[in-house]
Design a protein around this ligand. Sequence first.
Ligand SMILES: C[S@@+](CC[C@H](N)C(=O)[O-])C[C@H]1O[C@@H](n2cnc3c(N)ncnc32)[C@H](O)[C@@H]1O
Length: 281
Amino acid sequence: MIAEVDYPVQEAERTLPAVVTSAPRYSLPQRIRSGYHAFWYWLGEGLEWSRGLYRERPVEQLTHLSGSQQARIARLRRQFDVRFEQHCAALTTLKNYDYLDILDQAWTAWGQPRPVGGVVHDVGASNFWYARALHAFFLPSALTGVEVEGHRIYYNGYSRHDYAQGYVHKLPQTDFVIADYAQYAQPADTIVAWYPFVTPTPVLAWRMPLTFLAPQALFARIAMNLNPSGLFVMVNQGQEEADVAAGLCQTAGLKCERSCELRVTLRRRRIPPVVSWWRHP
Ligand SMILES: C[S@@+](CC[C@H](N)C(=O)[O-])C[C@H]1O[C@@H](n2cnc3c(N)ncnc32)[C@H](O)[C@@H]1O
């Protein structure tokens, strides 16, 4: 028999730090790394290289799971009627259950019905490996993953775009767009951002040039695209990053409805994710 597991959740109520709006100053090593990443970014943009649609081989069955992981995944499968393993390789499958679990834990903690239907945007989708998790949770009428560095080329010669085409293949009304979301003027009922860049360190860790650290413009666009009764869902890495991002949301004119820090997730993390939910006031 499979035991249910408890997931402790901490409501996060903090005072928000002021958002620094002056021009950022970066150290010399930061500028050198940024220049290196800029070279590869512009090469990818210029080449628009593609090896064609990349399909992962479905793992069919996940192995090497702990008892609590098995229990939680079994519950997610029942609750959302999903079988990610029939579409994705082992790691992508586990990561999709993990993202679905994070959303489910947050809404369970808030005691709210989950928001379903409507047009959903995902901001900074990478190769959109988690399109299936978003689809299962939000049951959108349309789902679009927007990624500024969609032409990044992996070691196997496929690009992010090639992978994304595989991940959205046969997912109804789902697509992947290569664009800077700050310039993407399209209305949405729900906008999701997993780990948006709000400080320089993650930008460089993701091998992006620091010119892409323009969070004021990004959050202003999110607020502009969000329909009057729409909701913005943000996941940040830890409370410190969440506080910076919260300041940016407030500057963009959004109001925080709920926020929670998740201490136990399907995949172990050094820093717990903080999920927050925002609206127009
Ligand atoms: C920390 S990563 C998170 C990726 C993905 N959301 C995930 O959870 O795996 C942030 C992503 O946002 C993308 N990004 C940054 N600025 C963006 C912008 N203005 N428009 C679209 N994508 C952006 C980056 O290229 C990167 O893929």
